[in-house]
Write a protein that binds this ligand. Structure first.
Ligand code: SF4
Length: 297
């Protein structure tokens, strides 16, 4: 098949730095052992397995406050998604060594939330429930921040006459949040908008939509739990009108997705290691799809 290698794709700077930091700690003979990562370092099992090989223990779970209670000694690593102040305080109270791999873009959003809360704002944070990033962001000013997924989630809140701000999670898509923000602006004309979708996410999505226009189908390599990988599938489907599928590895590719197709685009979430994506590209370059899709039913 003709393969369009969509660029940029794969690891972003935040993930590269987080992985590098954990490897450095694991290789440092003076680091206090055991070394725990509070949650998955990034939402990708291959990246987590790489850290396993260094003897690093990844605590799986999205609630950082619950996870920190499992750590009684050694070193704890905060992931690229960031943690709340309450988690930092708990780590300190437990006497743990802390390695902070929070992405600078996430820290920037935390700083913004604290600044807005200090300024008396009520903050609507558009994010995905159950994802660690909203938990950390909201924990910066728990009395001032409300997590919403859609504008409807704000309806039951007492917001009349308040100073209002809307802030977005870093790994959403601006196409996705646009409608929510527009509805909020109509309901609360005074609301101030802070688009915190990070540049890495934005550039990967824009490239995927642009390049998908010359593809028959797009394969996104990423973990099912990776928010930004799922958003890549969504923007290709909704903005470029092309079929798109998420695969964890080459083994997930279904022949019927490719039947009758000539050009396939490949991209990868910002938490996907390059070797996994390379395998997918190589497989597709050597792949001869069936002439056309078989009729279903
Ligand atoms: Fe940072 Fe964005 Fe990468 Fe998340 S996706 S680690 S916010 S650069």
């Amino acid at each position: 098949m003709e393969v369009v290698k969509i660029s940029p794709r794969g690891y972003c700077y935040g993930v590269v730095d987080a992985m590098k930091l954990v490897r450095q700690v694991a290789e440092n003979p003076t680091a206090k052992k055991p070394i725990f990562v509070l949650g998955l370092i990034v939402h990708n099992r291959h990246a987590v397995e790489e850290l396993d090989r260094y003897g690093v223990i990844s605590l799986d779970g999205e609630n950082r406050l619950e996870l920190i209670e499992q750590v009684t000694e050694g070193t704890v690593v905060f992931t690229a998604h960031g943690v709340s102040q309450a988690v930092r305080e708990r780590a300190e109270a437990k006497g743990l060594d802390v390695v902070d791999a929070t992405c600078p873009d996430v820290t920037k959003t935390h700083d913004l939330i604290r600044h807005l809360a200090d300024g008396g704002y009520t903050i609507l944070y558009i994010g995905r429930r159950g994802h660690p990033e909203p938990e950390g962001a909201m924990g910066e000013a728990p009395d001032h921040v409300h997590l919403i997924e859609t504008a409807a989630d704000a309806e039951g809140l007492d917001l009349a006459g308040r100073k209002l701000a809307v802030v977005t999670q870093t790994t959403l898509s601006s196409w996705d949040t646009e409608e929510t923000i527009q509805s909020l602006k109509e309901a609360y004309p005074q609301i101030e908008v802070f688009n915190e979708i990070c540049l890495a996410t934005q550039l990967r999505q824009e490239a995927a939509v642009r390049e998908a226009a010359r593809c028959d189908v797009v394969i996104v390599v990423g973990d099912i739990r990776s928010n930004n990988s799922n958003r890549l599938v969504q923007v290709v489907q909704e903005q470029a009108g092309r079929p798109a599928y998420l695969v964890d590895t080459v083994a997930d590719i279904e022949p019927e997705w490719l039947a009758g197709k000539q050009t396939v685009g490949v991209t990868a979430g910002s938490s996907t290691p390059s070797p996994i994506t390379r395998e997918v590209v190589q497989f597709l370059e050597g792949y001869e799809p069936a002439a056309q899709a078989t009729a279903q039913g």
